[in-house]
Design a binder for this molecule. Structure first.
Ligand SMILES: Cc1cc2nc3c(=O)[nH]c(=O)nc-3n(C[C@H](O)[C@H](O)[C@H](O)COP(=O)(O)OP(=O)(O)OC[C@H]3O[C@@H](n4cnc5c(N)ncnc54)[C@H](O)[C@@H]3O)c2cc1C
Ligand code: SF4
Length: 524
């Protein structure tokens, strides 16, 4: 066997033939290494749709590598070791490469494990910049340096200027944002109203081919006890499918994306959203082509500016920002618990068995598809655990397990920071807390619910409303110091001792599971 120069490691979320790890790849001397291992589905209780998506996309990428003539060592689930580290260790002994090469991974735990294998084997592990992203970790650290507080909006403006996205020359010659303002957030908060969302163009569905069907069968057998189901599986698993999904979104749903970005409708998580996060996070799509397509649609008059800007802000702003936060704050970030939350995650988060209409809908869609839209994640599932006071590490493990787009660099700051405020304000300037009236405003869920969003105590009180007041009571001192919470905290003073006692009592019942769960036994 000819001597192996570079063994290029490709992880399940690095499915890009143009990745930095392939720079200088020589088919005569180098080979690619990929491995399906059980640990990636068990270190958190990964849902069936999430595991299936990763495996199906990896197997299709293996085909693309072979078509490109790149030699490949691929281990299938069950035929090798149980973890990435153990499999790599065995393959290094067998293949004896001179060096290991990889693109920077998306998970701190995986990077440490692979570094340890290389160290023990006495090999160099060349970890290359992940140029999928607009902003390198070094550039983000430079942006963060010396700032008392990080704020996405300032980072986003810098990104727009630096990459000349939605910019135009001002009369004075300098660049200014198109439309004269950076942000059209205020235009992007409409609900659907009584008549509902109407005929929303359907989401792109990709019928499982033979490779994917084999994976679905494997996952159903091997991970039978894991949450979620696979009967609706239709995610893009190849680059060609991902591009098709992108073009359909831009032409059919982006025009109304901005307007209805925060709206919810029972039984329909898809609405005008892009459903592109998994394709982006697996690196089947490049964010530059996604942003360019949205900007081109605006410039050709197909899409209003508020929609194009609102969408681009998610990709060029939020997505890059959370990655910067993750890599500049890890590993301590994962352990943060600024509010000292200690409650257990309700067991029915894994089944959807709750009598709260909004939460049941979001949980059931999550388990059926591995998907919920942003507002469901932030203002339904996340809002409930935040106000219930669930330990953020348990909430993080749930989000990382259930969504098809969940990779730690993006999931952790969104969950622990933006949603649970466990980082004490790195990601968000205040905790996102609200009563059930917010959900009532953004959806018709409350009409079909046994609870009343206007009540904060009593048998029919909406659990969100009760927990909102309980949250303010429990954290009153801390929140009073936050200027953005001052108005909300001020209202606590109006509560009588009897109000306070009733709120505290019902919140305790919610934590104990005697209220909120359709089958109380599931709570424990
Ligand atoms: C608690 C919580 C957990 C989350 N976990 C994940 C996760 O594991 N993986 C993930 O990709 N996103 C996560 N998000 C962000 C966001 O909810 C999803 O990216 C979005 O819902 C994916 O659906 P979509 O493609 O239809 O997005 P759209 O609403 O159509 O948005 C377009 C794109 O913008 C990007 N985007 C939007 N918001 C964010 C954000 N806050 N952070 C990063 N990228 C963003 C995504 O790539 C998305 O595809 C989380 C949000 C919250 C509140
Ligand atoms: S009443 Fe409360 S629990 Fe019921 S749907 Fe409305 S917000 Fe959700």
């Amino acid at each position: 066997m000819a001597e192996l120069r570079h063994l290029v490691l490709v992880l399940g979320d690095q499915l890009d033939l143009e990745a930095a790890a392939f720079d200088g790849f020589d088919t005569r001397h180098d080979a690619v290494w990929m491995a399906e291992v059980a640990e990636e589905s068990t270190h958190v209780w990964s849902s069936k749709p999430r595991t299936a998506l990763f495996l199906a996309a990896m197997r299709h990428f293996a085909q693309a590598l072979q078509a490109a003539g790149r030699p490949l060592h691929y281990t299938r689930l069950g035929s090798g070791a149980g973890s990435l580290a153990a499999q790599l260790q065995a393959d290094v002994l067998r293949l004896r490469p001179q060096q290991l090469v990889m693109t920077a991974p998306g998970d701190w735990r995986v990077l440490q494990a692979l570094k340890a294998v290389a160290r023990d084997a006495g090999l160099v592990l060349d970890v290359r910049e992940d140029r999928h992203f607009y902003c390198s970790v070094r550039d983000f650290a430079a942006h963060a340096q010396g700032r008392k507080q990080l704020r996405m909006e300032f980072f986003y403006r810098e990104q727009r200027q630096r990459h000349r996205v939605l910019m135009e020359p001002s009369p004075g010659g300098a660049d200014q944002p198109v439309g004269g303002q950076w942000n059209f957030d205020a235009d992007n908060r409409e609900a659907f109203g009584n008549s509902g969302p109407g005929a929303v163009p359907p989401r792109s569905r990709f019928a499982p081919d033979t490779i994917t069907q084999e994976v679905l069968q494997l996952v159903n057998t091997r991970f039978a006890q894991h949450p979620g189901d696979l009967q609706h599986f239709a995610w893009p698993v190849t680059r060609a499918q991902a591009l098709q999904a992108l073009h359909t979104f831009i032409s059919e749903r982006l025009p109304l994306f901005g307007r209805y970005q925060d709206a919810m409708w029972p039984g329909d998580p898809w609405l005008y959203h892009a459903h592109l996060s998994s394709a982006l996070n697996l690196k089947l799509l490049n964010p530059r082509e996604v942003v360019a397509a949205a900007e081109a649609a605006y410039r050709s008059g197909l899409v209003p500016l508020a929609s194009a800007e609102g969408f681009i802000r998610q990709i060029l702003g939020w997505r890059e920002y959370v990655r910067g936060v993750y890599w500049t704050q890890m590993p301590a970030y994962a352990e943060r618990n600024a509010l000292g939350a200690q409650a257990e995650l309700p067991a029915w988060y894994w089944t959807g068995d709750t009598d709260m209409a909004c939460l049941r809908d979001a949980l059931q869609q999550t388990l059926a598809h591995g998907y919920a839209n942003h507002i469901q994640r932030l203002m339904v599932t996340g809002l409930y655990t935040l106000m219930l006071g669930v330990r953020p590490q348990q909430v993080h493990a749930w989000y990382l397990a259930v969504y098809v787009d969940a990779v730690e660099w993006v999931e952790l700051p969104n969950t622990l920071g933006m949603s649970q405020y466990a980082d004490g304000g790195v990601m968000a300037s205040k905790p996102y807390v609200a009563t059930g009236k917010y959900i009532q405003r953004m959806s018709p869920h409350c009409k079909g619910c046994r609870y009343d969003p206007a009540q904060r105590s009593g048998d029919t009180a909406c659990p969100y409303t009760t927990l909102y007041w309980d949250f303010l009571l429990r954290h009153e001192k801390r929140l009073a110091k936050n200027a953005r919470m001052a108005l909300q905290v001020k209202n606590v003073a109006r509560l009588t001792p009897a109000d306070r006692a009733a709120i505290t009592e019902r919140s305790a019942a919610l934590r104990a599971g005697s209220v909120g769960c359709s089958t109380p036994a599931l709570q424990s």
